[in-house]
Design a protein around this ligand. Structure first.
Ligand code: PXG
Length: 294
C-alpha cells in the first residue's frame, strides 16, 4: 500500500504532491529568481521559526521582492502545512518565487509572488557520520562576493554550491569547503564551519562570505553559555588543518563532526569533546524549544 501523499502548500491551497505544480514560466525556474529557507521541526516544535522567516524577508528585500504576506502569516502557513501532513519531526522547504511571467528577465512582468511550502523529512548524512566524522575537501569554486549577489541572500541560485559539491564528491570527500575570492575559508556548500583550538572556538565572520546561518548563531550562543571563548575570524585553511576539532552546523546537517580535511587527519580523527558537548547541547535545545505545532 502506498503512503498517503504529502500535502504541498501553494498560494493558499494544498495539493497532493503529484499535483503540486507551478508554471514553466515561473521566474524561479527560468532565472532562479526567488528565495528559500530550510527549516527543521523536532518533537512537535519548529526550531527558530521566527529567525528563519525574518531571514527570508531580508533575502526577499535584498532582491527587491515583496512577499504577499506578513512574517506572522508566513509563520502560520509553515505550521499549518506541517499540521496538514500530521508530521512530528521533519523538514520544511519554504520557497518564494517571483512567479509566472514572460520570457525576459524583468521581474515586473511577473503576475504575483508565489509562496510554496513542502513539509517532509530529511536525512543529510548517515547516522554513523555523527560518530565518525565527515571527510572534507577544498573546492575550486569560490563563494560569490558581496559585490555580485550577496552571499547573505538565500536565493534560488545555488549553482556555485552545487558545483562545489560536485568537486568535493569527485575528490572522494563528503562535503566541500568553499573559500572566498581572497582564499579565506567561507563555509561548506550548505553548512557553516567551526574550529576548536586550545579550548577556544573559532568560526569565519559572515563578511568572509558565509551565510548568516541560524544554526551557527544558536551554536555560538550555546558555546558562550557553556563558558567557551568564541571568536569570529578571517579563517585560513591552515587554521583548519591544525585544528584540534572541526565541526559543521546547518539546519539540515545539525552539528556534525569532521574527521579529515584535504587528506589531513583533524585532531584524533574522531569527534572531540567540545564537538560532542555541542552536539548534545544542540539536540537538547531543539527537542525542548521552538514554536509549538499542535
Ligand atoms: N551555508 C549555506 C550556503 C547554506 O545553504 C547554511 C550555511 C546553514 O544555515 P542554517 O541557517 O541552516 O543554519 C546553509 C543552509 C539542503 C539544505 O536542502 C541546505 C541548507 C539548509 C537546509 C537544507 O541541502 N542550507
Amino acid at each position: 500500500m502506498s503512503e498517503k501523499p504529502l500535502q504541498v502548500y501553494i498560494d493558499g491551497q494544498f495539493f497532493d504532491e503529484g499535483n503540486a505544480k507551478i508554471s514553466v514560466f515561473d521566474h524561479g525556474l527560468l532565472y532562479g529568481d526567488g528565495v528559500f529557507e530550510g527549516i527543521r521541526f523536532y518533537n512537535d516544535r519548529v526550531t527558530c521559526l521566527k529567525e528563519h522567516i525574518s531571514r527570508l524577508f531580508d533575502s526577499a528585500k535584498a532582491i527587491h521582492m515583496e512577499i504577499p504576506a506578513t512574517q506572522e502569516e508566513v509563520c502560520a502557513i509553515v505550521v499549518k502545512t506541517i499540521r496538514q501532513n500530521d508530521l512530528h519531526d521533519g523538514y520544511v522547504r519554504l520557497v518564494v518565487t517571483r512567479g509566472t511571467g514572460g520570457l525576459g528577465l524583468s521581474p515586473y512582468r511577473c503576475e504575483k509572488v508565489s509562496i510554496i511550502v513542502i513539509a517532509s523529512t530529511i536525512s543529510l548524512y548517515p547516522k554513523e557520520k555523527y560518530e565518525q566524522g565527515l571527510i572534507l575537501a577544498t573546492c575550486a569554486t569560490r563563494r560569490p562576493t558581496h559585490d555580485s549577489l550577496s552571499p547573505s541572500v538565500k536565493s534560488l541560485n545555488y549553482l556555485s554550491n552545487v558545483m562545489a559539491k560536485v568537486e568535493a564528491l569527485a575528490a572522494g570527500a563528503e562535503e566541500g569547503v568553499m573559500l572566498n575570492t581572497e582564499g579565506y575559508v567561507a563555509e561548506c556548500t550548505g553548512d557553516n564551519i567551526f574550529v576548536v583550538k586550545d579550548g577556544i572556538i573559532y568560526t569565519p565572520t559572515v563578511a568572509s562570505g558565509s551565510l548568516n546561518g541560524i544554526t551557527r548563531r544558536v551554536v555560538i550562543d550555546l558555546a558562550i553559555k557553556a563558558g567557551f571563548e568564541l571568536r569570529e575570524i578571517q579563517m585560513s585553511r591552515y587554521d583548519m588543518y591544525t585544528a584540534d576539532e572541526l565541526f559543521l552546523t546547518g539546519t539540515a546537517a545539525e552539528v556534525v563532526p569532521v574527521a579529515q580535511y584535504d587528506q589531513r587527519k583533524i585532531g584524533e580523527g574522531k569527534p572531540g569533546p567540545v564537538t560532542k558537548q555541542l552536539i548534545e547541547g544542540y539536540r537538547n535545545l531543539v527537542e525542548t524549544t521552538g514554536t509549538p505545532i499542535y
